[in-house]
Design a protein around this ligand. Sequence first.
Ligand code: SAH
Ligand code: SF4
Ligand code: F3S
Length: 444
Amino acid sequence: MQETSFYIKAYGCQMNVYDSKNIIEIMECRGFVRTLDPKAADILVFYTCNIRENAARKVFSAIGMLKSSKTKVIAIGGCVAQAEKDEIFKKSSLIDIVFGPHVYHKLPDYIGQILNGEQSKILDIGLEKFNKFEKAQRKNDVLFSEFVTIQEGCDNFCSYCVVPYTRGREYSRAAKDIISDIRYLISNGAKEITLLGQNVNSYDGDAAYINIGTKGNTWKLDRLLYEISGIDGLKRLRYTTSHPKDITVDLMTAHSEIPILVPFAHIPIQSGSDRILKLMNRGHTVAEYLDKLKMFRTICPHMQFSSDFIVGFPTETDEDFEDTVKVVNDVGYVVSYAFKYSRRKDTPASQMDGQISEHEKEGRLRMLQDSLSRHQIHRNNSLIGQVHSVLFDKCGKKENQYIGKNGYMQSVVVECDSNPIGEFRNVLIESSGINSVSGKILQK
Ligand code: SAH
Ligand code: SF4
Ligand code: F3S
């Protein structure tokens, strides 16, 4: 019998990367064969992101570009699917299956039902919680640096954000399942693990131990980190993304006590204006945020941070925006990400008066990015002369050139005769650019 091939494209955050790897695994276990050529594929799977309008729009242009005479089934999954529901079928008649981020384990069955003519259109945006994790038993393509989802969903309801609607309420995976996934990944070659969650530091043992069945234990993020750090063979541990209000002293202490836990955290502030933070429903002030970073650096002196920023939130004035630039200058982030506010359907902020023009947003975005770049250049420059432990994961453009990441997620480039990919090496930093630093590998 001829094999049925599928092509998958994922957009958006690291959690989507993680989900799409699980989808590949589930599809392959059911006999579908992955192809990297969309034009040769029988099935096209798009795993989507709805966070900003342009992220959501991308998928519809991609369908037109990637389908071919060979395409038999088009499936749209992930956050756009969850948010748009059956509206998606109206946007493109080519789409056969719409599946939310909680039910991807059912995709092979749905594809089967379309292929054998049992159904003509399928919509599933159910909110099952743990089934998808149980169905995906990763077997192939384990990378040196791997992601593991520990928590999903968000209860914070920031007024601009779609995530609480697309990923649902917060829930945490059982610690025993997370640990067994990580053991498996390490025994198959992974050396670095990044724990993922929309709100990773609200990881909640109560929800987890119901699944484990051992009462009396609490499993917050810090405890999970201590446990995971004891797994043999794991060389570096990270987590992302944190919410400022959920950063605890216990977590800060974990950073100072666990050698393989990087001295780095992504803690988005979004805006430097208390008035805007309130309208955003962030649940903290600028001073509370800065105090936490200060305490973090007292407990763990090498700690560095990155952040996300939104410019042009409804009613943001020049003064509010200048307060954001001030936070950037005060904190000195290693890297940061700035976005223009995007008006998302059904979020409270989309109904607010005082929406800012695209022109104004673009101007503010450029200014903020200039400040962030200046800090990044300064920070990269200050690394010259330091020795960093780097996990190499890809080749550079030039011959004998290799690229890896240090503990602060910065790209480090070296030239050397023997291929270091998959290895940690100590690198002496010798020069710096905006987005990377270069150096030489020190002999052990
Ligand atoms: N849970 C994480 C962020 C997840 S979304 C947190 O709260 O930190 C990633 C980033 O996208 C957010 O930090 C925010 O900066 C940005 N974002 C979310 N909604 C947005 C919107 N409507 N417009 C522009 N940027 C947005
Ligand atoms: Fe969105 Fe706010 Fe939740 Fe982050 S914390 S996912 S920005 S609602
Ligand atoms: Fe996008 Fe959904 Fe992630 S909206 S950022 S893919 S959680």
